[in-house]
Design a protein around this ligand. Structure first.
Ligand SMILES: Cc1cc2nc3c(=O)[nH]c(=O)nc-3n(C[C@H](O)[C@H](O)[C@H](O)COP(=O)(O)OP(=O)(O)OC[C@H]3O[C@@H](n4cnc5c(N)ncnc54)[C@H](O)[C@@H]3O)c2cc1C
Length: 288
């Protein structure tokens, strides 16, 4: 649910796992029969990337086997599926054992507490409206930054949070030097990117729009550049190289939640593969 960068990346990854990675690893189930559906309330996915990249992203996702349903708002959800209001206003149901919410987050409850205490406004996502210098109205000593604040329609991304952190620190340092004047926060937009699949990404940077393999190389470069230390970068390049070229995913994690999900699948009439694989009646066998 949610056709922004997060939803698109997750849908692409799940489709890739289902269609390219897992089929080689199971005898009793057919991972390629998994349906991956992406719902978005707007007219297109990746709306913030512009029409051209949005179209290319959608095409690539569909090539990966993801079904995209735009102008479709998820209005309800239970353990066996979701309820969707489609473009014609009619509500229909889609069966789904696994649901992933990628349609936005609520701010920390601390934002509402601060708003109540200071008289500032809060928006629908629970974000507190701050002054241009990121402080609370009437409280220059209190800064609210990152996902918990709203200012000039800035997006809820890490870059905003990091730049605001620097802005707040610089303001405090200036005050300690006796310079009381306050400067408005200016966001330096470093662009947006989203990976659609292995070797495919979309990049939007200062009016430049790139999709496909070149976009993916740019995505790779930026993510490596932001890692700290040579060792981290070296190990990451090695691991990514093995994963991207070999196509295998060596990491496997079995958690209690997965165990519960498998029991749910079994109850819903799916294959009791959990008991078959482990030969165990007990969740404990799945730990470790
Ligand atoms: C699934 C997902 C994918 C994302 N992908 C990207 C991406 O690719 N690129 C990107 O730029 N952004 C991405 N984002 C957004 C990005 O993670 C956030 O914008 C960023 O983390 C905001 O930083 P922050 O410091 O404001 O909040 P957070 O990173 O959420 O940090 C807030 C911290 O404060 C703590 N906290 C909360 N309340 C209290 C309290 N009362 N007392 C003490 N501590 C408290 C929380 O536990 C948390 O550790 C993604 C977000 C999600 C959910």
């Amino acid at each position: 649910m949610g056709g922004g960068p997060t939803g698109v990346e997750i849908a692409g990854q799940i489709a890739e796992l289902a269609h390219h990675v897992l089929p080689r690893e199971f005898n009793d189930i057919d991972p390629t029969s998994a349906r991956v559906e992406l719902f978005d309330g707007g007219d297109q996915i990746l709306a913030g990337f512009g029409d051209q990249l949005s179209g290319k992203g959608a095409k690539e996702l569909e090539r990966q086997g993801v079904r995209i349903r735009t102008r479709s708002i998820v209005t309800g959800l239970d353990r066996n599926g979701v309820e969707v209001k489609g473009p014609d206003g009619e509500t229909y149901r889609v069966s789904a054992q696994t649901k992933v919410w990628a349609a936005g987050v609520q701010a920390s409850p601390l934002a509402r507490m601060l708003a109540d205490a200071s008289g500032a406004e809060c928006d629908r996502a629970g974000r507190i409206a701050v002054l241009p210098d990121c402080t609370l109205p009437g409280h220059p000593e209190v800064f609210a930054i990152g996902d918990m604040m709203s200012l000039d329609d800035l997006p809820g991304v890490a870059e905003v949070a990091m730049q605001q952190g620097i802005h707040a620190a610089q303001t405090i340092k200036r005050r300690l030097r006796g310079q009381a004047e306050s400067k408005a926060f200016r966001y330096r937009d470093l662009g947006s990117m989203a990976t659609i699949s292995r070797f495919r990404a979309v990049v939007s940077f200062k009016g430049i729009r790139v999709a496909g393999f070149v976009g993916w190389l740019m995505w790779l470069f930026v993510h490596l550049a932001f890692l700290t230390g040579f060792k981290n970068r070296f190990v990451t390049v090695l691991q990514w190289g093995i994963t991207f070229i070999g196509g295998a995913r060596t990491e496997r994690t079995l958690t209690l939640q997965q165990a519960v999900a498998r029991v749910a699948i079994e109850e819903a009439g799916g294959q009791p593969f959990l008991l078959k694989v482990t030969g165990a009646e007990d969740d404990q066998h799945l730990h470790g």
